[in-house]
Design a protein around this ligand. Sequence first.
Ligand code: PLP
Length: 463
Amino acid sequence: MSATPERIVTDSSPRLADSASQVSRDSASWIARDAATVWHPFTQHANWTDDRPVVVDRAEGPWLIDVDGRRHLDGVSSLWATTLGHGHPDINAAITAQLAKLDHSTFLGTTHTPGIELSEALITLAPKGDGPELTKVFYAGDGSSAVEAALKIAYQYSTQTGHPRPKIVRLDHAYHGDTLGAVSVGGHTLFHDAYKPLLLDTIGISSPGDRALGDDRNAIAITELQSVMRRTGDQVCAIIVEPMIQGAAGMLDYQASFLRAARELADTYGALLIFDEVATGFGRTGKMWAADHAGIVPDLLTCGKGITGGYLPLSAVLAAEHVYEAFLTRPGDPTPRTFFHGHTYTANPLCCAAALANLRVMGEQDVIGQAARLGERLTKLLEPVGAKKNVVEIRQLGTMVGVEIAPVRDRTGFAVCQAARERGVWLRPLGDTVVLMPPLTLGDDETDLLVGALTEAIDEVAA
Ligand code: PLP
């Protein structure tokens, strides 16, 4: 399989650079202007211009097109979000139609039809199985703000149903976002240690996906969770996990039995179970929710990213009825039980319209089935990659893939991504784990290109 992207065409502008390692004058000028005024997320600006960032001009399907007209296969769905690829006509049309009717109206004290319809659709799609029925939707903006809302709901729930429980149980290596509550329940040392003095009271336990714990990792994590809950369960308002796979930890997949144990322990000790499905939701793992792999339902489920097909910022917390009911003021209550939380753009109608169109397309075009087939195809194509000497491990659940590369130099993962970029594929690593998280609807040719470019890039960096 050649990774030469024959489908990658560039326009005939004389400003074009010859290869991705060169930047045209046009591109260079945008990068210089960017460096003068922009501060990018998760970015070390000391290297920024040397790393020659892609200056994205437009996008079509799975392709990003830069200001030089060069096409890059978007191998990580623009940070795990664009589940249907870019520029889907149905989502574009839904946003445009909504724009003509209502651009924005607050959700504090008024409501609107796309917000109501989307809640109905999400509740219909919510995971079913062991656990409570999820019956209510609380909207937020980004994944982090959904996590933030879920944590506050869990703490306030404890104060309104028994006694204040200030502790939250979290997994090592977890990532739940970058606002302070979300950082508090993260366990990724690089992202979280710097903010330690500012964080909430949490108890970290081993991750069932942590390879450093060996083959017993699942049992180790369950035993630790049992012992933490036995010791301090009455102080714990919530157990929060990314179900089945910890994405930003480097795609650490784990067994469903851990989720079953977490459900049982949360019930036994009166804590809420939170599943963070911001990365895993909306078909990413080959099922609608990662929870569906286990048949376990949490008390609170956070989702974001793919909810709008990755078009506009929207996230949500799906809540069980018993949680919602604890927030209803009763006669004689000294203070209202209201959840005092919300944002200016909560449930923005354009975002809700995009999400409704996305869910419609997902249903009509069996996008979950497509995702499951894409996952299988990736597994097959990646088999020889996993056999390479310099590949430590390939971890995967559906279309979430992490290819861990043995370090051979500084920023090995980044070097592999740069080499893939030369072959027309844009990727972003997590340390030395190269992530593949393409649109769920990626075609066979593009999938071949994705894996072919990665294969050649790994070989190039090893050499
Ligand atoms: N939770 C999980 C599991 C995530 O993977 C992410 C982002 O990658 C977040 C929360 C934060 O989402 P956002 O970046 O939209 O704030």
